[in-house]
Design a protein around this ligand. Structure first.
Ligand code: NAD
Length: 307
């Protein structure tokens, strides 16, 4: 039976480290790392995500300021707000909660965020750096700010390998076969880049993949990020594989109630995997922790640039 990867606990430990970093920044620089979150319209799921991010930021001593706009807001107004936040020295990170209403071009909005405050790692500069493997700072330039969910997945994979009796812990992820199912710019593609940098042999599957089972059965690590309930089933998984479930799907239990499930048939797959993340309580809490970590990273860069 698989080890259940406790994302809530791992995230709680990680947040303790973040809180120490925040306290140090406050003490040494008299600055509170501050995240600006832009929310447009009143999509209930987005409102829940934004309020969770805000609560978690406050719990580690950071500031999180919400800027709410009506669904009728124009792209021009939104970009004007981003310009203002880019130039505000008290703001260290900017996040635009997606999806935006259909009359707004998300790409145009995101690309107006300063790469220095791009806590989601979605701007061309950060995406480009990650795609060439430039993720570390050196004396001449900063490495990419990497998107939060891929960082969360990588953290949980490393944790699973460290605690594994199946894989050799001393070589990390080097040489392992990783399959990323889902090729979005938010999760699949940046995660595949990170896994390549760890020395994995990486395959990316998408909805056009012809024989998904042929791919899954070869993989030591499978990350599923599709939004398709029960896409990964027990008979598709090699014994001892590590399974990371990114999916968030609301399914009805009866007329009145619903629950959140991932993309993996959890109860069956856990019988063959060596480690597996639950949904909820797996990737989600770690994603928020990395949002805070990225905000600190941006804050420290801004402090350094001003010295
Ligand atoms: P997306 O819709 O942008 O991309 C989905 C990807 O899955 C596409 O590449 C598509 O080709 C692929 N896909 C769809 N059906 C498939 C199939 N049958 N076989 C193989 N590939 C298939 O989605 P996204 O934004 O990457 O999000 C994916 C899921 O992850 C969603 O459920 C989303 O809610 C969730 N998510 C969770 C977190 C978190 O923090 N836990 C963060 C981001 C997204």
């Amino acid at each position: 039976m698989a080890q259940i990867i406790d994302g809530k606990l791992i995230a709680a430990n990680f947040r303790e480290e973040i809180a120490i970093e925040v306290a140090k920044i406050k003490k040494e620089h008299e600055i509170t790392p501050t995240l600006a979150v832009i929310l447009v319209g009143c999509d209930p799921a987005s409102e829940v995500y934004v309020s969770n991010k805000e609560k978690t930021a406050h719990s580690v001593g950071m500031n999180s300021i919400q800027f709410k706009f009506s669904a009728e807001t124009t792209q021009k107004e939104l970009i004007a707000k981003i310009d203002e936040l880019n130039n505000d020295p008290k703001i260290h990170g900017i996040l635009v909660q997606l999806p935006l209403p259909s009359h707004i071009n998300s790409k145009a909005v995101i690309h107006n965020i300063s790469p220095l405050k791009d806590v989601d790692g979605f701007t061309i500069e950060n995406v480009g750096k990650l795609s060439i493997g430039d993720i570390k700072d050196d004396e001449n330039s900063y490495g990419a700010i990497v998107p939060c969910t891929p960082l969360a997945c990588l953290h949980l994979i490393k944790n699973a390998v460290e605690n594994s009796s199946v894989f050799q812990r001393n070589i990390g992820l080097t040489g392992l076969k990783a399959l990323v199912i889902g090729a979005s710019n938010i999760v699949g593609r940046p995660l595949a880049r990170l896994l390549m940098l760890e020395g994995c042999t990486v395959t990316i599957a998408n909805r056009s993949t012809r024989n998904l089972s042929a791919e899954t059965l070869q993989a030591d690590i499978i990350i599923v990020a599709t939004g398709v309930v029960n896409l990964l089933k027990k008979e598709m998984v090699k014994k001892g594989a590590i399974i990371i479930d990114v999916g968030i799907n609301r399914v009805k239990i009866n007329h009145l109630e619903s629950k959140i499930v991932g993309d993996v048939d959890f109860d069956q797959v856990k019988k063959v995997a060596s480690a597996i993340t639950p949904v909820p309580g797996g990737v989600g809490p770690m994603t928020i922790a990395y949002l805070l970590q990225n905000t600190i990273k941006c804050c420290l860069r801004i402090i350094k640039n001003n010295q």
